[in-house]
Ligand binder design. Sequence first.
Ligand code: NAD
Length: 438
Amino acid sequence: MKIAIIGGGYVGLVSAACFAEFGVEVMVAETDPVRLDRLRAGVMPIYEPGLEELVAANRAAGRLGFTGALDAAIAGAQAVFIAVGTPSRRGGGHADLTYVFAAAEQVLTSLDHPAVLVTKSTVPVGTGRKLAQLAAALRPDLAVEVASNPEFLREGSAIGDFMRPDRVVVGAETEHARSVLRALYRPLNLIETPILMTGLETAELIKYAANAFLAMKVTFINEMADLCEAVGADVHDVARGMGFDGRIGRKFLHPGPGFGGSCFPKDTLALARIAQDARAPSRLTETVVAVNEARKAGLGRRIIDAAGTELRGRRVAVLGLAFKQGTDDMRDSPAIPAIEALAEAGAHIVAYDPAAMEAAKPLLPASVRYAASAPEAIKGAELLVVMTEWNEFRALAPARLAAAMRGRIIVDLRNIFDPAAMRSAGFVYHGVGRGHAP
Ligand code: NAD
């Protein structure tokens, strides 16, 4: 089988490499000339563990290619996946479908054979229906069927997530579209992955509902963490005590600085708008958005209060810049408002992230300096702020931190350190929800 993927970003590129690994012939169309040049040179434009090797192996096997010419990409393709971005629209939070419809129009005008047009991008409920109408209007001569196949991979473990998903969701309304997608995902039969066949609107809503639910779990445990701090309880034990209950589950109960990234913030906001537009408002989702925004906006204050002193002129080390470890994705990272507030307070910030520094530079205040390693960042620091949970940060021993830093304050927004060990090394340690006694 031959397919095309429009958009060579986190989702398009990973999906392309994984489908190629499944034995499918895949062409990726990418409009960004810098991304395209890198892809052609075998250099990944994004950080994703294992991706470079998978891409190289499948290119060498002749199953994966990259082009800037969309018509070349879709030639002979039985399915064309749209995997372009769907960011928040300015002022309001509806998903911006400009890229999706631009890509769809290009595909529809260039197609010279029947194909299934699949949205892999996260798109609002009703988009598939609109694309079907567009296809009928632009190409009455061709049988173009529309399907929705939302993606659930996580950055940082994207290949494993794509290859061993909890489920595959396919929204389609013709047997032919269903059979094309079933054939593409056939290798997953071996590991008995459930493939859920639904209508278009249902598939589109599953993606938003799943992300909003996970965002709600994170936001709930973040609130419980604040409550733990106020009453002297330990949020990790609360989370464990909750999570052993199979109805709740253990995952996504880790407190932190608030969720960020390219999906949860925009998808919760978009779901709130979808629900309002449908006159079935989701007050829970709206609240999750508001609570998380407030948490991120309050990070600077939280750190300054923990420092217990003026930060003007003081050296602050910040470890972790992307929205989580394992990625270079800076979209909606909590580190951005936190660092802005610290810079505003006059702190001298020295930052380090193993993967995201290049992506971070244009988004952070010009006064931020960047270290070449975690030890370099903490050297001489009066305050250490941990924003993400890279293993190399976890591995920093208390004695080493004490020897390298000038001050003795740690704000650990991911709870990667052992509070008792830090305290006995002389640190004033602030975690998240770890029972400061009342
Ligand atoms: P991205 O910005 O990394 O990639 C999109 C790519 O599409 C860019 O490289 C862009 O240049 C390219 N592009 C845009 N218009 C094009 C066109 N007409 N022709 C060819 N290329 C074009 O975005 P992403 O993170 O991969 O997300 C894509 C979609 O997948 C979004 O809807 C997102 O919500 C969804 N999603 C993302 C993740 C994730 O973890 N990133 C997970 C699940 C779902």
